[in-house]
Design a protein. Structure first.
Length: 202
């Protein structure tokens, strides 16, 4: 993992990352520790940058990925580094995880609502007929009425190119049509027109 962002420095010896508290530790480094570079500013290790210890090597030095995506090492007693270790209790850790789940659940709900809105047909929307016997598959239609009291055949549609083929009073199921954007409908209609009226050969 490269340089960590979003760390709050409570003090020189305490930081908060992703809702969890880490405190300065003077013992041997461990996987999962966070290390702060206190040495000279480099592009690979900016002064004050934080890095996560991924694992230990055979000499028990900490392995991390620097800001240039190269593997680097931290020895336990290197004075240019301050090592921080997770100090959050199990209860605090559980609370942080629950909050993360709540946030994720809320984001999922918002995305599901957005997806539902995108898939909901409204009067004036364009659609393509995809199944059934009423119209030819691929027919581009416009929704001209919605009967909210009709649970099975709520959408009244009419064909764009063949108005006599789709009467306004004809109704279809939602599964029989797929929503199109105006641009998608226009492109599909132009393709159908080209098929009906082939261009003249030169």
């Amino acid at each position: 993992m490269a340089q960590l962002n979003g760390i709050t420095a409570v003090s020189d010896n305490e930081i908060i990352y992703e809702g969890l508290t880490y405190k300065a530790h003077s013992g041997a480094v461990q996987a999962g520790d966070i290390a702060r570079w206190d040495g000279i500013d480099y592009s690979a290790k900016p002064a004050g940058a934080y890095f996560r210890i991924i694992e230990l090597d055979s000499d028990d030095d900490g392995i991390f990925t620097d800001s240039e995506a190269d593997v680097d090492y931290i020895s336990t007693h290197d004075a240019d580094w301050t090592i921080f270790r997770l100090a959050t209790t199990t209860a605090q850790l559980l609370d942080a995880k629950r909050k993360a789940v709540e946030t994720l659940t809320e984001e999922i709900s918002q995305l599901e609502a957005k997806l539902s809105e995108e898939n909901t047909l409204k009067v004036g929307d364009y659609a393509r007929f995809v199944s059934g016997d009423e119209y030819a598959v691929g027919t581009i239609v416009v929704v001209n009425l919605i009967d909210e009291l009709e649970p099975h055949w709520p959408y009244g549609v009419r064909s764009i190119l063949a108005t006599n083929e789709c009467r306004p009073e004809d109704s279809v199921k939602r599964a029989q049509i797929e929503r199109l954007t105006p641009a998608e409908a226009r492109a599909a209609l132009l393709t159908q027109i080209d098929e009906l009226i082939p261009s003249e050969s030169l």
